[in-house]
Design a protein around this ligand. Structure first.
Ligand code: F6P
Ligand code: MG
Length: 455
């Protein structure tokens, strides 16, 4: 049996008091499970017969799981639900040794949690494809109407300025702009987005505003990503997606820009194939996005700009220029170090498929955790070291991540102490002083490392 590549640095653990993993296991997971139980109960009330009976069984099983998490029970092998990735989870559990919810590698146990929920659904007849997080995703998207409208207006204005005469310098500026939109779409705090037209972007004042917002980007390889995009005409760009709703909307805007500008011929979207980490995109979320944006009642502001955006999206989708490809690899617990020639658990197939791309953009926090093995690297470690085999696997990748977990690498000497100080000042001013790693969990800072894959 081939095994995953080992990491020389220990993983973050839910047993480590100073980590975000600790509070995730103790505070966040029970809340998430309560939300899921509530969702199934609400849907079950509207069903009858076998579907309702199965709904009640799910409520019971999810309740039991919540109890086990709260009482720090052992993680047992996952029950075979007929899907092949169960074996990967169970081999990993055996390899990593016995663990309990509150003393386990964070990455493994968190993935296991979502896989276990999905496994329970697979044991039913009527709930196999039910998205237990759909309600939450839609509610959150509805709540972002103002930002949605603002971006639709901005996209139309910027894309209308694109024509044959757009210079490479202007395209590079727009690329940075749309990257920023997609990056901060992953944040909790959108205030770091600038709001500039192309003219303003080119002005001195625009450069100043951009510098201001860029100071929160701790590692910024956007120039290298631009080089990878602009050195090949057309071609394929891949987006390994993160969250549905507003973030997905910003990713789509970025995709439309690449196609409008001829910077790509095809965009491959890579969502998850099961409900994942609450808000992650599943294939169904593309039609859901199109329908919500097209609805005259879901969003009422900026209607003509939204209609324009939807028309562009549907056109590219119909032409096969925006396509979706799934793989069960994204919902294993394996780190992305397996995206290599001899990768296990589907890593080899994903590697082969990503080699076709001129740039693979990975969105969000969890993708970054998987790139870096979710391990306790010194903050000054280089991304090349922390991403292991990815630095030589031939895949050009660019991670757009607002920091919402423990792992962060690529910082210059002394930066961590500076960030701790700044975070202490921010939280003190808010009347809730905090020391330690809070800055890394807040979503206020970001990293955008690029890897050439050794090419
Ligand atoms: O905020 C905690 C957390 O659940 C992490 O476990 C996870 O990495 C992150 O949120 C998910 O964030 P994102 O959607 O950006 O991947
Ligand atoms: Mg997510």
């Amino acid at each position: 049996m081939s095994v995953p590549v080992a990491c020389p640095v220990p993983p973050y653990s839910t047993g480590d008091k100073s980590s975000f993993a600790w509070s995730s296991a103790r505070s966040r997971w029970p809340v998430i499970l309560t939300g899921v139980i509530d969702d199934i109960a609400r849907t079950t009330m509207k069903t009858d017969g076998e579907e309702a009976a199965e709904g009640k069984i799910l409520i019971e099983k999810f309740g039991m799981l919540k109890y086990e998490v709260e009482h720090d029970r052992e993680l047992l092998p996952l029950e075979d639900d007929g899907l092949p990735d169960i074996a990967i989870y169970n081999e990993e559990l055996q390899r990593q040794g016995p663990m309990t919810w509150c003393n386990a590698p964070w990455l493994y146990s968190e993935c296991y949690l979502y896989r276990k929920l999905f496994g329970y659904q697979q044991m039913t007849k009527n709930w196999k494809d039910y998205d237990i997080f759909a309600r939450q995703k839609l509610d959150a998207f509805k709540g972002s109407e103002t930002a949605v409208a603002e971006l639709a207006i901005r996209y139309k204005a910027l894309s209308e300025q694109l024509d044959g005469s757009t210079s490479t310098e202007q395209l590079a500026l727009l690329f940075r702009e749309f990257i920023d939109i997609s990056l901060w779409g992953n944040a909790t705090d959108l205030s770091l987005l600038t709001n500039l037209s192309l003219d303003q972007l080119q002005s001195l004042q625009g450069a100043k505003a951009r510098k201001e917002s860029e100071k929160n980007i701790l590692v910024n390889d956007v120039d290298k990503a631009w080089e990878a995009i602009s050195s090949v005409k057309g071609g394929q760009v891949d987006l390994v997606l993160d969250n549905a709703g507003f973030e997905f909307y910003t990713d789509i805007i970025f995709s439309l820009f690449l196609l409008d500008a001829g910077l790509a011929d095809t965009i491959v979207l890579r969502p998850k194939s099961m409900p994942w980490f609450v808000s992650d995109v599943m294939p169904i979320d593309l039609p859901v996005l199109i329908n919500t944006l097209a609805s005259q009642t879901f969003f009422t502001q900026a209607r003509s700009e939204l209609d324009y955006l939807v028309a562009q999206l549907m056109k590219y989708n119909d032409e096969g220029k925006i396509i979706i490809r799934t793989s069960s690899f994204w919902t294993t617990s394996l780190p992305y170090w397996e995206i290599r020639e001899n990768g296990v658990g589907g890593g080899h197939e994903v590697w082969q498929s990503l080699l076709e791309s001129k740039l693979v953009i990975l969105k969000g926090d969890l993708n970054y955790r998987k790139l870096t093995y979710d391990s306790a690297w010194p903050r000054t470690s280089s991304f090349a070291v922390a991403s292991g085999p990815l630095s030589t696997n031939g895949v050009k990748l660019f991670s757009l991540r607002t920091c919402k977990a423990d792992v962060v690498v690529g910082l210059p000497e002394g930066k961590e102490a500076e960030l701790e100080k700044e975070w202490a000042e921010i939280t003190t001013a808010k009347g809730k002083p905090e020391t330690g790693l809070g800055w890394a969990w807040s979503g206020k800072w970001a990293v955008m490392p690029f890897s050439s894959g050794g090419k």
